[in-house]
Design a protein around this ligand. Structure first.
Ligand code: BDR
Ligand code: CA
Length: 335
């Protein structure tokens, strides 16, 4: 398996995100990890509006003492109407309703997110990994701007979709894919090196609030205090929904697993298959995988011209939480 974690120089990553509590967890894991160099953050609607996503990305990086290029991306799904953000999961502000925010000065890069992705990929062909953890409109738009993008990026890792685990928006659909199914199908059929980190694995990794408390106690820093606050809100949502999550008062780490896949692919079991996304009807947002590639199906759209995705189907959840805590306990925050 190709892994970027064992390379001597850090992986350059553009982080496409809709922060969002688990997006914030993932951002801080990426900033804390010495093998990851976040070279840009692109934002999208999803957990919050794109305006709030950009505000949150600026805020989270600023309070952590980082100044990274951040852009604003798509506001709505490609084809279907947009919906109100899920304030009951991530809070009205996307970060569990932070009680106050300190003043910060970081500013947005004026480019649209899709243009930023294209510019960065053209400037360093084959160098950049794109980690996408929200609806996939920015990637889809970037593909329209630069059809050669799959050859210009090193790899795309996305948190989204599900194969056998029940969905979280419908019995078959995961939220990021459901939020923009047409963009997702475009991304799954584009032909890049693509890994899917979906609910099949993210629902197996429960992160206790107590873990974030230990991290906050270690650093005594506004960034980790804010993360602890946000995770507390998010964990209440998951704990009200699932008794096994309530028992440890935790939450699913969803987006952080996309980065853990980047740094520690050995924690995951993969299956490869061609994926298509249902764009209409009851199954809208379902990620369907062809697991019998030798069958010549009558239904069009499943031919061998469609690319293969590496799908995470199993995970060592204890290894993930242990590694997350180890990385977050490191010395990564500026004072
Ligand atoms: C995904 O949807 C969002 O709510 C989370 O941030 C994550 O990206 C989980 O289905
Ligand atoms: Ca997300």
């Amino acid at each position: 398996m190709t892994t970027q974690a064992n390379k001597s120089k850090p992986s350059k990553v553009i982080y496409d995100t809709d922060p969002g509590v688990d997006d914030a967890m993932a951002l801080y894991y990426a900033l804390a990890h010495p093998a990851i160099d976040v070279v840009g953050i692109t934002t999208t609607f999803g957990n919050v509006t794109v305006e709030q996503a950009a505000i949150n990305a600026l805020y989270l990086t600023a309070i952590a003492g980082k100044n990274i290029s951040i852009t604003k991306g798509v506001k709505t799904p490609w084809c279907k109407p947009g919906e109100a953000p899920p304030t009951h999961i991530h809070g009205r502000d996307g970060l569990g309703n932070l009680t106050q925010r300190v003043a910060t000065t970081n500013q947005l890069d004026p480019r649209a997110s899709a243009q930023f992705i294209v510019d960065m990929a053209r400037a360093e062909p084959g160098e950049i990994t794109l980690v996408a953890v929200g609806p996939l409109g920015n990637l889809s738009l970037a593909l329209k701007l630069e059809p050669a993008l799959p050859a210009l990026l090193r790899e795309v890792i996305l948190m989204g979709g599900t194969i056998t685990e029940p969905g979280n928006v419908s019995p078959v659909a995961e939220a990021n894919i459901w939020n923009d199914p047409h963009a997702a199908d475009h991304v799954f059929t584009a032909g890049w090196k693509l890994a899917m980190v979906g609910l099949d694995v993210t629902h197996q990794v429960i992160m206790p609030v107590a873990l974030f408390k230990r991290i906050a106690d270690k650093h005594r820093h506004i960034a980790t205090d804010s993360l602890l606050h946000a995770v507390g809100f998010y964990a209440n949502f998951y704990s009200n929904l699932y008794p096994h999550v309530a028992r440890i008062h935790g939450c699913f780490g969803h987006d952080v697993l996309a980065f853990i896949y980047l740094t520690n692919p050995e924690f995951f079991k993969l299956q490869s298959g061609r994926i298509r996304v249902a764009t209409e009807g009851l199954a809208q947002g379902q990620t369907m995988m062809n697991r019998k590639d030798f069958v010549d199906y009558a239904q069009k759209g499943w031919g061998k011209d469609k690319p293969v995705t590496q799908v995470c189907m199993g995970v060592d959840s204890a290894a993930c939480t242990t590694e997350f805590e180890r990385v977050m306990m490191g010395d990564w925050l500026s004072r």
